[in-house]
Design a protein around this ligand. Structure first.
Ligand code: DGL
Length: 271
């Protein structure tokens, strides 16, 4: 294992969405350095088969381990849903997904015991959230819905747009009717729609963003394994970003999530 407390944390996503998780990790763990990989050449993962998403995820994890990361955070719900157990078996470094932390936050938030989950087609079809939620509280009622149009709408920057509002009303109607009181935003892009989704669902529904909880989980695992970075290693702009396609586009979109924490983007093709 290439480890050591000052080694970086590897974070990956199908594209830029996982930067919401990277952002939370940077906030919670200011002494840590991140190596982020966004598979922008092969995004979206949402509509792809489990086998394909697993293959892509294994390639990225291999790349991150070769960079000397001490842990891998799978900051993509679809990749977590399809590939987490495979990656955990394959690598000695701890591999952390976003589904379990999101499910835990939802269980803590619900009062009625009826939780909604939204995500890509792949994530919802996998049933990963239902399993994680029921493992935590078997009596929980879960209503899940795939919202495939949300990703392209966010990528288009239409986070406060009437078209998105209309799509959200259509997608969320069954969840409103089912009267869920907590909704897991089971996709990296959805936190950017929080304001609009809250408007459509009303104040009684708590929106669960797994990024915060994933950062806490990362912190806990590093602490347990003695892998935390010493305070003296505090990085100033020491994070590195890789994309498998056009770095300029990644930089521009990424700055929406992370501001000038992204100083530059390197291209790395895989597969
Ligand atoms: N990152 C993906 C997820 O969280 C959303 C984008 C995609 O479909 O690749 O599920």
């Amino acid at each position: 294992m290439t480890a050591g407390s000052s080694a970086p944390i590897g974070v990956f996503d199908s594209g830029i969405g996982g930067l919401t998780v990277a952002h939370a990790i940077i906030q919670h763990l200011p002494n840590e350095r991140i190596i982020y990989f966004g598979d922008t050449a092969r995004v979206p993962y949402g509509p792809k088969s489990p086998d394909t998403v697993r293959r892509y995820s294994r390639e990225i994890a291999g790349f991150l381990v070769a960079q000397g990361v001490k842990t891998i955070v799978v900051a993509c719900n679809t990749a977590t849903a399809h590939a987490l157990p495979t990656l955990q078996e394959e690598w000695e470094v701890p591999v952390i997904g976003v589904v379990e932390p999101g499910a835990r936050a939802a269980v803590n938030a619900t009062r009625s015991g009826h939780v909604g989950v939204i995500g890509t087609a792949g994530t919802i079809k996998s049933g990963a959230y239902e399993r994680a939620l029921r493992a935590l509280r078997p009596s929980l009622r879960v209503t899940a819905r795939a919202c495939p149009l949300f990703v392209p709408l966010v990528e288009e920057g239409w986070v406060d747009h009437d078209v998105t509002r209309m799509v959200a009303r259509e997608y969320l109607e069954p969840l409103r009717e089912a009267e869920v009181d907590a909704l897991v935003l089971g996709c990296t892009h959805y936190p950017l729609l929080k304001t609009l989704l809250a408007e459509v669902l009303g104040d009684d529904v708590r929106l669960i963003d797994s990024a915060e909880e994933t950062a806490r989980e990362t912190s806990r695992i590093l602490r347990e394994r003695g892998l935390e970075a010493p305070a003296s290693a505090a990085p100033v702009g020491g994070h590195r970003f890789f994309a498998s396609d056009d770095p300029l586009q990644f930089l521009q979109l990424g700055q929406r999530f992370l501001g000038d924490v992204i100083e530059g983007v390197q291209v790395q093709t895989l597969g």
